[in-house]
Each structure stands twice: as C-alpha cells, then as structure tokens.
Design a protein. Structure first.
Length: 202
C-alpha cells in the first residue's frame, strides 16, 4: 500500500529552530453539553454518577456534572465544516497531528509515548481550546532507521483560561530502512480511558 506523505520536509536544523514555538491552536466547535456527556457514557457503558447526577457531583465538590477526561481532546476539535467552505469530501475533516508540521527527514511518524495530566474538571457550558508547542528535538538512529524524537506538549484550556489537561506526546520521525510506501503517520488511538482526574501514561 502506498500513500503520499503529509509530513513537512526539511533538514533537522529547521526542526530544531522551531523548539519553543507554537505548532497548532484549535478551538472547540461548541460548548460542552450534558447531551455530549450522556452520549459518551452510553457508548462506553460507564456508570459513574459524577458524570450524570448533579447532586452527587456537588457532594464531591464539583459545581456540576463532570465530563469524562477522555472527551477533552474531542471537545477541542474545530468543526468539520463551516458555511462558505468547500463541501465535505474535498478537504481533510480532522486537523493534522501537530508534529506533522515539523520539518524533518523521512516519511514515517509514530507516537512512542503519551502522557496526560489533568487539571480543572470540564463541565457543561465550557468551551475547550488547545495550544501545541514543540518542546524538543533529539536526533537518534534506532533500529527502524535514522531520525529524531519530537516532544510536543498540548495544553487544553477552558474559556476562563484554566488548564483542564496537558498532553505530552513523544513522536519518532524517521527514514525507514525498508521499502518505500509506508504510511506517513502510524500509531494507535491514545485517548485516555474514561474517568475523572488524575494522570495517565502509556
């Protein structure tokens, strides 16, 4: 299977020059709603009362029901389409990975580590935005080929500027030793498990 690369290309010096700069910024299409939370709970069968019972949530110190932490990234996504834009099907419907815009050598990108740290809970009425920053570029030759590890930190905030989550992703960008035709971006869905608060590493 062949696939055209969607990664930015250039020497590693160009990537190193971007350390500390903003790679991507997004804002959620809508405010968080109770309906959004309910649909997530239905899909995963997660029965935790702080997510659907306001009285129980208040007993635990929250001002309202709390969204599962696995929804944080979803709430920060922009709309797939806006009035005035081309019809769906003629443009990407999901924002590219922030690390894909970092110039580098090679057509393969995989996530090697993901860490999520959670701050303020997300409640109905919140609007979530994200800001991704390139934290470091470390050149290294691994068994899969020469490349570099990129660390991207994404901060998720609500409309009051309060941090609700911080995601730190380590990506390996490399030029593989195998035949050409490897898809440009690999990896598994690394959304954290549903629940409330705390830290998750994978």
């Amino acid at each position: 299977m062949t696939e055209r690369s969607n990664l930015a290309h250039g020497p590693w010096e160009d990537a190193e020059a971007l350390v500390g700069t903003e790679l991507m910024r997004t804002e959620g299409a809508d405010d968080v709603t109770r309906a959004d939370i309910r649909r997530k709970l239905e899909a995963i069968g997660f029965d935790c009362q702080v997510h659907y019972d306001e009285a129980v949530a208040r007993q635990h110190g929250y001002r309202d029901v709390v969204a599962p932490v696995s929804m944080t990234r979803v709430f920060s996504l922009p709309p797939y389409w806006r009035p005035g834009e081309p019809r769906i099907g003629t443009q990407p419907q999901i924002p590219s990975i922030a690390g894909a815009g970092v110039p580098g050598e090679g057509d393969s990108l995989i996530a090697t580590q993901v860490r999520m740290d959670y701050g303020e809970p997300v409640h109905p009425g919140d609007r979530i935005s994200s800001r991704a920053v390139l934290k470091s570029v470390t050149r290294k030759t691994t068994r899969v080929g020469p490349g570099a590890f990129l660390v991207v930190e994404t901060t998720y905030s609500n409309q009051r500027g309060e941090v609700v989550a911080t995601e730190t992703v380590t990506l390996l960008r490399y030029r593989g030793r195998h035949a050409r035709g490897t898809p440009a971006v690999h990896g598994r869905d690394h959304a954290p498990a549903a629940g409330h608060g705390g830290r998750r590493e994978s």
